[in-house]
Ligand binder design. Structure first.
Ligand SMILES: *Cc1c(COP(=O)(O)O)cnc(C)c1O
Length: 229
């Protein structure tokens, strides 16, 4: 299968799922996770019309031609050490994996110097999985309150990677819980745009379920680009 046909297949499944649960397909974005894949694969996806990509490693992203085309944008979805905040502030239109105030402060400082603002999502460890990063759900309000004082950072919603499970009912419950948490925080006016909550959840094996539970961004790597080299 080619990258172009993989993207087409996923876009069709996204649209069909959205329609089946009464959602507008245009309200869901496909993030093509291009980590550990070469620029040539990104270009192939661009030719198929894909313009949103995800990277997980700052050092790798810095070597890629992220400025190849102004219509293309990149989200960061991995762990950021605070000493890489400057590069993150330069390279990405959104950081989906913000999980601590110290990092937010470091990003804000560099964004100010660059004259940029940055959209962020708070990464939440929705299943309290000891192997996953992200803050505990109950810590999200406090972090958002702290971030609200930072002029260059716009928190738009939440991101999660649920615990690995064979039980789809359990995975669905984690997606639902992320949505309920996001809606609760939006009711408390803790996001930049509380009427347009972003929820990044769902990957290759479970994105249709995530869409049914309210995902606005799904993150797909392998099902588009194949196995990572
Ligand atoms: C790698 C990665 C993905 C994509 O995973 P696939 O299984 O390749 O679809 C999605 N989200 C995050 C946070 C990732 O690190």
């Amino acid at each position: 299968m080619t990258i172009a046909s993989n993207i087409e297949t996923i876009l069709e499944a996204m649209a069909a799922t959205a329609r089946s649960c009464g959602r507008d397909p245009a309200s869901i974005r496909l993030l093509a996770v291009s980590k550990r894949h070469p620029c040539s694969s990104i270009e192939e996806a661009m030719k198929a019309g894909q313009c949103l990509f995800g990277e997980s490693y700052i050092q790798e992203a810095a070597t890629k031609c992220l400025d190849m085309d102004p219509s293309v944008s990149f989200h960061f979805i991995g762990h950021i050490q605070s000493n890489k905040a400057k590069q993150a502030a330069q390279l990405f239109t959104m950081v989906e994996s913000l999980d601590r105030y110290k990092l937010a402060k470091a990003l804000n400082k560099h964004l100010k110097a660059l004259g940029r603002t940055l959209d962020v999502l708070i990464q939440v460890n929705i299943g309290h999985d000891p192997n996953k990063s992200g803050i505990a759900p109950e810590e999200a309000p406090e972090l958002l309150k702290q971030i609200s004082a930072l002029s260059q950072i716009r928190p738009l919603g939440l991101m999660t990677i649920p615990p690995r499970s064979q039980d789809r009912t359990e995975t669905r419950l984690h997606f639902k819980n992320l949505r309920l948490l996001g809606q609760d925080l939006a009711h408390q006016d803790l996001f930049y745009d509380n009427a347009n909550l972003e929820l990044s959840m769902g990957m290759s094996s479970d994105f249709t379920m995530a869409i049914e539970e309210g995902a606005t961004i799904i993150r797909i790597g392998t099902a588009i680009f194949g196995d990572r080299p």
